[in-house]
Design a protein around this ligand. Structure first.
Ligand code: NDP
Length: 337
């Protein structure tokens, strides 16, 4: 028997809605969380698609998220807006704050949105893509749980701290990238452990701080940032600007608050929006063309643009639906038992 099941995107959306409602997620949060998970599955699945429902359910069962939190928007300065998420999942907080972020970026040329006190289970690309589709440049980052040692250090301190960027392309899908600042995801290390395979070099260290390729040793020790001291500094920057700078937690504080339960990271997120037209003035058309020429030069060399794989998967899913692992669907159904 085929171990995957075909679902249209509408059917998949209905399934996710049924699961989230069955888990007891508040009505206002259901569409925001559903759309985030559906977008992940539509754009190629993997760790940020349907599989994320398991983390959502776990975080809810552990009481580490407020399923009925009502996000509150605070206009704190001409170019700054805060959404107090009240301990709820981040997607509704983002959705609630986006209109003010866009309006302020258009009015001032630049604006920042802080999401505070939320639970994070999602990828960041949907957010920077939404900003870029408004004709704005977007940048988003968030701390997570402290699993990553600083380059040259020995103990977990940083989160896997994703960084996402979006650039608007007139008449085209935005240029978007979104990745963790750790050398690998924690999920990839788990997959190697389950497959009994050693890790590539430089993914992690053991509990004594020695380089390690055993998944078990790295899970008990620490992951490493990508790119040595460079990734380490970027990860520290994310801790600062999406933690203390916006009045929220570091990854170490998020992990401490988790009390070893394994729920989604808690804390803040920073999203910047910049209106390129305000800088460019009457140079706008030529400069947006220069950006397009750069994208063309990348692909002319045989390199690919980040996000093109995702957009291609999106076109396929929109036309023909998705195939989802039957085992995963059964695991998710079991969450409702
Ligand atoms: P990857 O290392 O897989 O990198 C993904 C990015 O790189 C995508 O933009 C991808 O584009 C692009 N890319 C991949 N391969 C190539 C290539 N050969 N050429 C050009 N571009 C390429 O991602 P990570 O595992 O580091 O992160 C995955 C997700 O996890 C992210 O979405 C991140 O937001 C999320 N995350 C969330 C956390 C949270 O607490 N909320 C914590 C950590 C991570 P494409 O999509 O087109 O393949």
């Amino acid at each position: 028997m085929d171990d995957t099941q075909h679902l249209s995107l509408a059917e998949l959306g209905d399934f996710i809605t049924r699961v989230l409602t069955g888990l007891g997620l508040g009505d206002a949060h259901v569409p925001a969380v559903r759309d985030t998970i559906l977008a992940g599955e539509r754009d190629g699945g993997g760790s940020h698609g349907l599989y994320r429902l398991i983390m959502v359910a776990r975080t809810m069962r552990l009481g580490k998220v407020n399923p009925h939190a009502v996000p509150v928007v605070r206009d704190i300065a001409p170019a700054l807006v805060r959404v107090e998420a009240g301990g709820g999942f981040a997607p509704l907080a983002f959705r609630t704050g986006l209109p003010a972020l866009v309006e302020k970026a258009r009015a001032n040329g630049i604006a920042a949105l802080a999401l505070n006190d939320c639970a994070h289970f999602a990828a960041l690309w949907p957010e920077v893509e939404a900003v870029a589709r408004e004709g704005l440049v977007g940048l988003a980052c968030t701390p997570s749980h402290a699993w990553v040692a600083p380059a040259g250090g020995r103990k977990p301190l940083f989160g896997t701290n994703p960084l996402a960027f979006g650039w608007p392309r007139p008449g085209k899908d935005p240029f978007v990238f979104d990745f963790a600042t750790s050398a690998s995801s924690r999920g990839d290390i788990e997959l190697h452990r389950r497959a009994g395979k050693p890790l590539p070099e430089n993914w992690g260290i053991d509990a004594e701080g020695n380089p390690a390729t055993s998944p078990e040793a790295v899970l008990a020790g620490a992951m490493l940032p990508f790119g040595g001291h460079k990734g380490s500094a970027i990860s520290a920057m994310i801790e600062l600007i999406a933690g203390p700078m916006i009045g929220d937690m570091t990854s170490a504080e998020s992990l401490a608050k988790d009390e070893g339960k394994g729920a989604a990271p808690l804390g803040g997120e920073l999203i910047l929006a910049i209106d390129p037209a305000r800088f460019q003035g009457d140079r706008a058309a030529g400069r947006m063309q220069a950006a397009e020429a750069m994208f063309q030069a990348i692909t002319d060399q045989g390199a690919r643009l980040p996000s093109l794989r995702r957009y291609a998967a999106r076109r396929r899913s929109e036309a023909g639906g998705v195939r989802v692992s039957r085992a995963l669907l059964a695991d998710i159904e079991a969450l409702l038992a």
